[in-house]
Write a protein that binds this ligand. Sequence first.
Ligand SMILES: Cc1cc2nc3c(=O)[nH]c(=O)nc-3n(C[C@H](O)[C@H](O)[C@H](O)COP(=O)(O)OP(=O)(O)OC[C@H]3O[C@@H](n4cnc5c(N)ncnc54)[C@H](O)[C@@H]3O)c2cc1C
Length: 545
Amino acid sequence: MPYPECMHASLLAVEATRARRLKETMPRMSLAAKQQVLESFHPDYRAESFRPLAVGPNRGDRVPHELADLLEARSRIDPAMFDVTRIDYDTDVLILGGGGAGTAAALTAAEQGVRVLLATKLRWGDSNTIMAQGGIQAADKENDSPAQHYLDLVGGGGFVNIPELARALVTDAPAIIRWLEELGVMFDKEPDGTMRTVHGGGTSRRRMHSCRDYTGMEIMRVLRDEARNRGIQVLEFSPAVELLLDESGQCAGAILCDLETEEFFVVRARSTIIATGGMGRLHVQGFPTTNHYGATADGIVLAYRAGARLVFMDTVQYHPTGVAYPEQILGQLVTEKVRGLGAQLLNVEGEQFVNELETRDLVSAAIIRECTQRNRGVVTPTGMLGVWLDTPMIDIKRGPGTTARALPAMVRQYKRYGIDITSEPILVYPTQHYQNGGILINERAETSIPGLYVAGEASGGVHGRNRLMGNSLLDILVFGRRAGQTAARAALQTRLGALTLRHVEQYHHALAATGSLNGLIAPMILPDYTSPASKIRRQGGIPIG
Ligand SMILES: Cc1cc2nc3c(=O)[nH]c(=O)nc-3n(C[C@H](O)[C@H](O)[C@H](O)COP(=O)(O)OP(=O)(O)OC[C@H]3O[C@@H](n4cnc5c(N)ncnc54)[C@H](O)[C@@H]3O)c2cc1C
């Protein structure tokens, strides 16, 4: 058996309850019970983990300390020293971020006949998009409709989603699936050629379209190939470190850093799109994360300093099923599709404690309750806690071979550690997964700053306080395309004045005046797992390290 001896008794309990569990359905919680579990156990309700922001458009709003630290840090750029008159690149549309949202925006902007430059922090495609496993939602079956999708989206989001954004998401969804198919995405299909769809947590219809368990990888492969074919200019290893405004206050491009030479350079752009993704690598409240190394909230920091408003930054999505054992892959995602296919969540005694298809926030809170207050978690040899996800139930319920067909990447991943997920359950615990909030946009992806647009996980409002599975891959394409189109059309009309960093100067002063300027430098760019070495190559800039 691949599991250590201290877990054997619990594994036997899991096997012993299987026959009974096959006939049982764990009831869903009432709204009142759900609220009570969330308030008592979800990390978003730990008041001591948040603090109000001292300055900026969201002054007084509470955000996690880890994010507040970055929003109260000094810029990498010294606005008094940095020469913004030396323009290194000039373009119509500058896109920051080479994940799904950024690449979709680039394709759509280029279709409008403008010059497009995409700059990204690591390699093009190194992103959360490429890591997405489970699928993408769209109401395109006969028993479903965008209206039904809307109800699920808003119910899952706590009824606070911004209605225009929610409407845009669900109404564009069927066309997004068609667009992806036309570009060459290989969706899972039934033998008769119709799309195979499954349930996600909190959904009333089967509307999750997937490409096995590497949906994001397949979508990113196709988008990147298409953008390459169309000759879109891309700068890799070139993170944005500050936005530039012009004298009238409209966004006018960004300062980027070449990670190889550590040189800073200026891109002047008539429109700028932030598509820099989320903030998993801040490890809010010490949680592990599913996110890629570049998810360090850079776009949030840049936009906030320039005066853009944020929404719902006091809510973080913890995915209920992050790996808790083996520790080599701690925090990595076990896709919700596993529960959608029939795997149940069990405590140390092999008993169910929550309906596995409740929304993510509730399932996470229920797992935390089981492991803490009820003391019915499974303890690993190093003292980590977790609960079982009974993966063998998938083949038992749906027939032998289902797991291997639907979750090939996960089967391989666990095999490396000697665990056969078709015959043995796996141990899971919540992990930081998604930034529910972000920079406030409208349905055209515009922000409160003229010339600045946002798409994807960096934006906020679409999902309210809790995103449902499969709605983010949809979000990045719906709003990536909308941002690309709006930004390109606006660029054709825009005249820029002289570039300035006055907003950075003013932000530093405001922080200093409130005594909240800390000793940190932001954006973070790379997570701080090693100690940085410092070298300055262009006067007025602090290099990445
Ligand atoms: C493991 C995992 C599984 C998931 N599964 C699903 C799923 O099944 N279905 C679903 O709907 N959603 C899923 N999600 C969520 C979804 O994948 C993401 O929310 C979404 O792909 C984000 O896309 P994005 O383009 O906004 O950001 P990303 O794809 O993260 O792209 C952001 C890009 O910006 C770059 N960048 C960052 N900072 C800078 C900077 N300063 N300058 C320039 N570039 C920068 C990054 O390097 C990256 O290339 C999953 C997420 C993870 C982590």
